[in-house]
Ligand binder design. Structure first.
Ligand code: BDP
Length: 593
């Protein structure tokens, strides 16, 4: 689905700001048709934002069920004779949308956009009422999965299998878009580089009568190639490639009839060859983070200020990449990564497909895949999540790989049956990028049934934290042995996609004991040292960029403290050390005193 882009033919209005909000504690809203009139007992709620940390009542914060958003929208005068679309960039986790009481959209999946054409409903109107009902409940059939625990005399309680807060709401912008009635509906580009020339193959989907053409403009706006027709290949002699750390963006101006859609294009290639990851045929190392869209008060609400600070810190510390753990991030984030030359592994929201980890709830003997657990209904939702991710992000040069899931239980043969169609679908939709998933501790090369499907091996490992606790010498030996076992089993690049230790900012220990800032630094130093001596390991994504909110658990100190930065984006001691490593040539040695 095309991201909203203004042009001479497209007018876009962001419907951000304060909406009316009602928390449907008794589940009455649908039966009482709250979409037909003003919401009962409405209070103000900002969009985009999670609602959870903006309420003061603890039971409300824990509410598992539906919440309602509503606002009046002024219909742009310029919409007459044009197509009008209502687009929601993210409603977490499921939503129904009405315009003046008429249902216009339903969507499942909390981190991908959806839209509805509302031309007929806004026609001739000055204002319309937009109502959105958002459901935060997770089940074994949703991505991500969860379980709703219902007990006599208590409100239902949501349990989930992933390690971050189940924030909910309208997390990203809502838009009212107008386009001509004949318009560009989609465009897919694939770029190549050969003998100093760049190629941009394009495929445009259109609706309505009109001529289709494309022009490619360089960063100064000068035309470098042009062609008629809805598909073809542009050749750019002397193309400036998009490189990690040195992004160069062209603009593909796509025209159909009166409509103009500008798409940022970076000319680059990515592929895996043996145990190397190649961007523009040059081997790349990945140094960066698993991150989260998470910040105080706003929760998972997109915030340009947070985003800009995060990218500034990535640059400050010398990171060149991140994984969108554990869900597709806002498109604004990918746009900025395109501009900054940051490499991104884009992940679906399939996190927690491992029912014996961390739940406290026993489901079908805790075997993850099969009837009554993660089954073919879940798989259908997961396939849809893969499609929506690839279709949304495939034109971004920053995206160098797709991650199908985080830490599924891949020790059992059923996992391969479950995952094979998901890998196949990602490759069918995008044969140009490596496909991967983040492998969980315990599913080593001898037992993992899914790694053979991946082009790039992403391993999440916590030697020195969840295993070999406080014993970095043992951790060092075990990590190295496991990495060598992977390299012996597969001729594929290995990325340590998670490693880390919790550290409570300000907690110090001369003997570097667990939870101190010193221990976090020493664990990272040990890990990087091992990585540098195992051939075929292409880098590390430290867990996590910043501290983040989680469910309450005995091993969480008001959230996960594995951040290299605090939740308000200030450095812990390890940040300064990492900066020396990453900016100083990846020595991997012990920190200087
Ligand atoms: C990994 C998960 C990640 C967690 C992390 C941790 O992929 O989501 O937050 O562990 O425990 O298993 O800190």
């Amino acid at each position: 689905m095309l991201a909203p882009r203004e042009s001479t033919s497209r007018e876009h209005r962001r419907l951000d700001g304060l909406w009316d909000f009602a928390l449907d504690r008794d589940g009455r809203g649908r039966a009482e048709h709250w979409e037909r009139g003003p919401l009962p007992g409405a209070r103000p709620m900002p969009v985009p934002a999670s609602w959870n940390d903006l309420v003061t009542d603890r039971d409300e914060r824990e509410h598992a069920g539906e919440v309602w958003y509503q606002r009046e929208v002024r219909v742009p005068r310029a919409s007459a004779g044009r197509r009008t679309v209502l687009r929601l960039d993210a409603a977490t986790h499921a939503a129904t949308v009405w315009v003046d009481g008429t249902e216009v959209a339903r969507h499942e999946g909390g981190y991908t956009p959806f839209e509805a054409e509302v031309t007929g409903l806004v026609h001739g109107r000055e204002t319309v009422r937009v109502t959105v009902c958002v459901d935060n409940r997770l089940s074994l059939h949703t991505i991500p999965p969860g379980v709703l625990v219902e007990e006599e005399g208590r409100p239902p309680r949501q349990v989930w299998f992933h390690d971050f807060e189940n924030y909910s709401g309208l997390h990203r912008p809502v838009w009212l878009l107008t386009t001509p009635t004949a318009y560009v509906a989609d465009v897919v580009v694939r770029t190549g580089l050969a003998g100093g020339a760049g190629t941009v193959a394009y495929d445009v989907t259109t609706v309505g009568e009109g001529r289709t053409s494309v022009r490619l403009l360089d960063a100064d706006g000068a035309q470098v190639a042009a062609q008629e027709g809805a598909s073809g290949e542009l050749v750019v002699p002397g193309a400036v490639p998009w490189r990690p750390g040195a992004a160069y963006l062209y603009t593909l101006e796509v025209r159909h009839g009166e409509d103009v859609y500008p798409l940022a294009v970076g000319i680059r290639t990515v592929r895996v060859e043996g145990a190397r990851l190649l961007v523009n045929d040059e081997p790349v190392e990945l140094h960066g983070f698993g991150m989260h869209e998470d910040v105080a008060l706003r929760g998972k609400g997109h915030d340009d200020a947070r985003m800009v600070r995060d990218f500034a810190l990535l640059r400050w510390i010398g990171a060149n990449s991140f994984r969108t753990s554990h869900y597709p991030y806002a498109e604004e984030v990918l746009d900025l990564a395109d501009r900054e030359g940051v490499l991104v592994i884009s992940e679906t929201a399939a996190v927690g497909l491992h029912l014996s980890l961390m739940t406290g709830v026993t489901i079908r003997g805790e075997s993850t895949f099969g009837p009554g657990a993660i089954d073919e209904v879940t798989q259908r939702a997961h396939l849809q999540a893969v499609r929506e991710l690839v279709e949304r992000d495939r034109n971004h040069p920053c995206v160098i790989a797709w991650s199908i899931a985080n830490e599924p239980d891949t020790r059992v043969p059923e996992a391969r049956d479950y995952f094979a169609p998901l890998f196949a679908e990602a490759r069918r939709l995008d044969p140009t990028r490596p496909v991967t998933f983040a492998n969980v501790a315990g599913a080593g090369p001898d037992v993992c049934t899914v790694s053979g499907l991946a082009d790039l091996l992403c391993l999440n490992r916590y030697y020195g934290w969840y295993v070999d606790q406080g014993d970095l010498a043992a951790a060092e030996a075990h990590l190295e042995a496991e990495l060598r076992a992977w390299r012996a089993a597969y001729d594929k690049p290995v990325l340590l996609s998670e490693l880390g230790a919790d550290a409570v900012a300000g907690l110090h220990s001369l003997h570097a004991r667990m939870w101190s800032e010193e221990y976090q630094r020493e664990l990272l130093a040990m890990t990087l040292r091992v990585l540098r001596r195992v051939d075929g390991v292409i880098g590390e994504h430290v867990w996590n960029f910043a501290d983040f909110a989680t469910a309450q658990q005995f091993h969480r100190v008001v959230g996960n403290r594995k951040g290299v930065f605090t939740r308000d984006r200030e450095p812990k001691q390890v940040a300064h050390w990492l900066r020396e490593q990453w900016r100083g040539g990846y020595s991997g040695g012990w920190p200087q005193a």
